[in-house]
Design a binder for this molecule. Sequence first.
Ligand code: M6R
Length: 606
Amino acid sequence: MCGIVGYVGERDCTDVLLNSLSKLEYRGYDSAGIAVFENGQITVEKSKGELQNLRDKISENHKPDGHCGIGHTRWATHGEPSDINSHPHGSKRVTIVHNGIIENYKDIKKFLIGKGYSFESETDTETVAKLLDFYYDGDPIDAIVKALKDIRGAYALGIMFREFPNKIFAVRKDSPLIIGVGEEENFIASDVPAILQYTRKYYLLEENEIATIKADRVEFCDIHKKEIVKEVKISDLDMDAAEKGGYEHFMLKEIHEQPTAVRTTIAPRIVDGMPNLSECGITEESLKNVRKIFIVACGTAMHAGMVGKYVIEKLARCEVTVDIASEFRYRDPIVTPDDLVIVVSQSGETADTKAALHLAHEKGAKVLAVVNVKGSSIAREADMVIYTHAGPEISVASTKAFSVQMAVMYLLAFEMAYAKGQISKEECMRLTAELEKIPEVIEETMECSDRCQYVASKLITTSSLLYIGRGLDYTLSMEGSLKLKEISYIHSESYAAGELKHGTISLVTDEMPVISVATQEELLEKMVSNIVEVKSRGAFTITVCKKGTEFNEGVMDEIIEVPVLEDVLMPMVAVVPLQLVAYYTTVLKGLNVDKPRNLAKSVTVE
Ligand code: M6R
């Protein structure tokens, strides 16, 4: 979603803003812009489309020459992607960039029109800029405080007042913002990668704290103008991790990083052969007493939660409900203080997941967050956190984050099953030892890469396909379908294989390939029957199965074999060919793998 950057210092501000924005491209955007103080005025340059369009525009027309400015990549919410709707927005006296959504912008706009203001864009952001202008009478902080009282919604704002040419102001609520700290230079950014090339030091701006950023100093106050003293943090993010490292795309690199990511995530949580989540605040005693679990997340993270449901229910015999966060927050779920709510999020900033966390707290439940980004809002607000150690995931399509989220679900399931007396210590140690072997088995699974590329070549002219599976394989078919559609733009649906005949099978013809996930031995016969059903209606059948699985001749058009693990652990390897098929199909179609249209990496709006 939108990315914010800002700079004050000696360097060429336009260069810094463009460089920093390029590090936020992974978040997803459809236009970009900058505003720079230049000879006492604020020069704004913006352009629809890729950052390169903005670079081209600047090099053809005019490069703003200054040392203080703000920049933005916009993911359209209010108003189509266009030059006019791109940020920055402003008046003669105030210029801003904004991430989030102002819910009551129509009322504010009406009010301001009544006061004689006119508007150029369709954005909610322009109303905030003009509201700040309305309240401004020489004191920027006063204007910000007054404006914040009027606006409702989520925001991170970078603000420039024309009368304060060497300062940036920043404030946030429900959208992240950090302040980077350098030597005689300071920055603002939505995310640490934007500033890493300049500094590792940063402040985390908290809700409704107002920052005043100058080259030599950063000051903070609250909305009562009371000074706040904050602690500088040091990022341990690996710069190289945010580069492609020889791979053609981030997605492929991240698929190949899965063995390491899983190893790094599980290793510190295994002590003497047993799962041990005590460093995350989770004890056997607390797991023993959990009555019911709600797993709440969005998209791929929700699919990892589905795997968690199957595994926790099967092993620990504890009831688990999985909810899509945007549904959970509005369905008045029956959550009690005896329940455990687990929120799963790579970014830790997903607006709906965050709202689900707040709702769980309102209902008195404890919240455990499974999060990848350190210090993210969800991690900070939850009662307990299990960090997944996947490293930065840049590609919009989630791959390694999914694998580490599943790995955490296994650790939780094993520990809970033992705590609740459902499995013996020996069985818990055996399962844990199997999990420890998984990174190597994932390496081995990568050998199916060529096969996946070949299968992908058969899919590029397809306009629609189905993914089917049963049990754990059904959860994977959901993930496989999401992966393919989000990057290749081929329509696909996932179905519980046994449910097809209740309606969906009428869609099956020789123009509808069907990808089956058939790794669960207990369900294999049933799965084969379902595959035969679609095959006899003309479908081209592709099946992901355990190495050595035997099928009757003529049923499977293509098979992708993966290494054999016990059924419960199969998702850890079966997901790899699903990711690779989606990846290669997209590459063969010549599409932008890492930045699919309309999508954002971090979904910070509802
Ligand atoms: O950052 P989160 O894990 O909370 O994001 C949730 C979803 O937006 C995300 O998993 C999305 O579905 C994937 N990027 C799709 O590949």
